[in-house]
Design a protein around this ligand. Structure first.
Ligand code: ASP
Length: 526
């Protein structure tokens, strides 16, 4: 029998932020405890799950050495059922959807943890939604999903072992860290996970060392700054070492050739030179510098050449072994074996307040006398102030979008107007047949035309007036989709994912699955 729910049981690790900072620190402390106990040869049974009805499924749709083998060894340590799913000969080749495959495997064990690596970003988040609903319907505990790397997006469990390794190096001092991220920062998911993982340190200085073709995408850099990190950028190792403030921790990533577009791929040899460590640089490093690398290294063109392997600089070999210990603890937490002694702040899932409809005072009870074209409605709805202040073409486009998306195929009229007192234009749609909108339609309208007003006209008077604001979350609308071709929700992958975006603090629309930010106009398919 497994232990009582411990606050971690049944949860998923799809991104680093699925654990609060306190929970991440707890993971590191538990790992330290486990590693020390094992080093002393103590009986590790207090850490082991030992439940043969718990299935750990390894589903690797992309190649892997360390992540897969450390998870396999960690699961074996726990004495649970370990299933290495053979992707190559599976029904994925017959176009089966991943949610159907997982549903089937989920039926084979009382409890399940799926460790999934996929080229498609957001796969685990989607499966968490899909299987969570299915589990509730059939009355089984929901499975946990561990993202073992999804495209260019994240690799949370690599992040946890990286941070654990940095903490060991700093003797558990979390006051500050100064780290250089070197290599393919554009495509390297282990670097993207650093945006959140480094928050366990109170003060964070990050130096980004990469030529512009391999630079960290702007939205990740923006989030680092938002997290309070000091961020500096350098185009090459040479440029970085020509200034004085050099980090004692260097984190390299290989050139992710398999994820590069043709244009960048052509320049690979040149780009590689900018981020490969040369003998001539050795004397410029601060004393005690350590090099880390999630591995693998390219055996012909390694960013960390092999002449460095025997030097104290080499921290990457021991770093990779830490993957075994951190993953034992991660499985132990999600299975409910570990975590009962956690004290601290739990992760609070983001909230999306539904406050997009604001009732405003009706200042005049007579409907407007719209002079050009629109006959005043006696009973119905007038949508006013569409795209107020935009140019005329943009307002017409807005009106078209509203009519198409909301399928307003009724007796009605519309137009672009300006008030007599100024030259500010706005769109109006008048709907004499419609007496109310339901919540979904209101949300749709707010998303398409934020700032518009809704006048409910009764007996030729405005009875109620509402102003609509951009919702914090946009979903349940047919005409939206994520434009990242590598996202699990991208319609071309036919995984039937319900599209969902949330609004970020800088006004972007972030896909719930791959977390790619979109401009508002981009999310629409029309
Ligand atoms: N092993 C790491 C990953 O899966 C790093 C790499 O492949 O370069 O992301």
């Amino acid at each position: 029998m497994h232990e009582q729910a411990n606050g971690f049981e049944g949860r998923s690790l799809t991104v680093v932020n699925d654990l609060s900072v306190d929970e991440q620190i707890y993971l590191y402390e538990k790992t330290r405890e486990l590693k020390e106990a094992m080093a002393k040869g103590e009986d590790p049974r207090r850490f082991t799950i030992g439940d043969p009805d718990l299935g750990v499924y390894l589903i690797f749709l992309e190649d892997s050495t360390r992540t897969k083998e450390s998870f396999r060894n960690a699961a074996t340590f726990h004495r649970v059922k370990v299933n290495d799913f053979n992707v190559g000969s599976s029904s994925f080749n017959k176009m089966e959807s991943i949610s159907d495959t997982i549903k089937m495997l989920f039926g084979y064990s009382g409890r399940s943890i799926f460790v999934i690596r996929s080229r498609l970003e957001g796969t685990c988040r989607w499966l968490e939604d899909a299987l969570g609903g299915y589990a509730a319907r059939i009355g089984k505990p929901a499975p946990s999903f561990i993202n073992a790397g999804d495209g260019k997006h994240e690799h949370p469990t690599q992040e946890f072992l990286d941070e654990f390794s940095f903490l060991e190096q700093q003797r558990w001092n979390r006051e500050s860290i100064h780290i250089a991220l070197v290599g393919d920062l554009a495509h390297g998911r282990t670097v993207h996970s650093k945006v959140d993982g480094l928050r366990v340190f109170a003060e964070v200085h990050v130096d980004l060392v990469a030529p512009k073709e391999l630079a960290l995408p702007a939205h990740y850099e923006h989030r680092m700054v938002q997290n309070g990190f000091r961020v500096r950028s350098f185009p090459s190792i040479e440029a970085y070492l020509s200034q004085k403030e050099v980090a004692p921790i260097w984190y390299f990533t290989r050139l992710q050739l398999e994820r590069m577009g043709e244009e960048v791929l052509e320049k690979a040899p040149l780009l590689r030179r900018a981020v490969t460590f040369g003998r001539e640089f050795l004397s410029l490093l601060p004393e005690g510098t350590r090099f880390y690398h999630p591995l693998p290294r390219h055996r012909e063109f390694p960013e960390i050449p092999s002449f460095l392997d025997g030097l104290p600089l080499n921290a990457w070999d021991l770093q990779s072994i830490n993957g075994y210990y951190t993953r034992i603890v991660e499985i132990g937490l999600l299975a409910g074996k570990l975590g009962a002694d956690f004290r601290g702040e739990r992760r609070v899932p983001p909230a999306y307040p539904d406050d997009f409809v604001e009732e405003v005072a009706v200042t005049e009870t007579k409907p407007h006398d719209y002079k050009v074209g629109i006959k005043p409605v006696e009973n119905g709805i007038v949508i006013d102030h569409i795209g107020r202040g935009d140019d005329i073409a943009a307002i017409w486009d807005h009106i078209d979008k509203i009519r198409q998306i909301m399928k307003l195929n009724y007796r009605s009229s519309h137009g672009v107007y300006h008030s007599s007192s100024n030259e500010i234009y706005k769109g109006i749609i008048s709907l004499p047949d419609i007496l109310s909108f339901d919540e979904t339609h209101l949300k749709m309208l707010a998303a398409i035309a934020p700032g518009c007003t809704l006048n409910m006209v009764k007996n030729s008077r405005v009875a109620k007036k509402y102003r609509l604001h951009m919702p914090t979350r946009i979903y349940n609308i047919e005409a939206i989709s994520c434009k990242n071709e590598n996202c699990i929700s991208y319609p071309g992958h036919f995984e039937q994912v319900r599209q969902e975006f949330y609004r970020s603090e800088n006004g972007k629309f972030v896909c719930r699955f791959c977390e790619r930010p979109h401009n508002f106009g981009e999310i629409w398919d029309l």
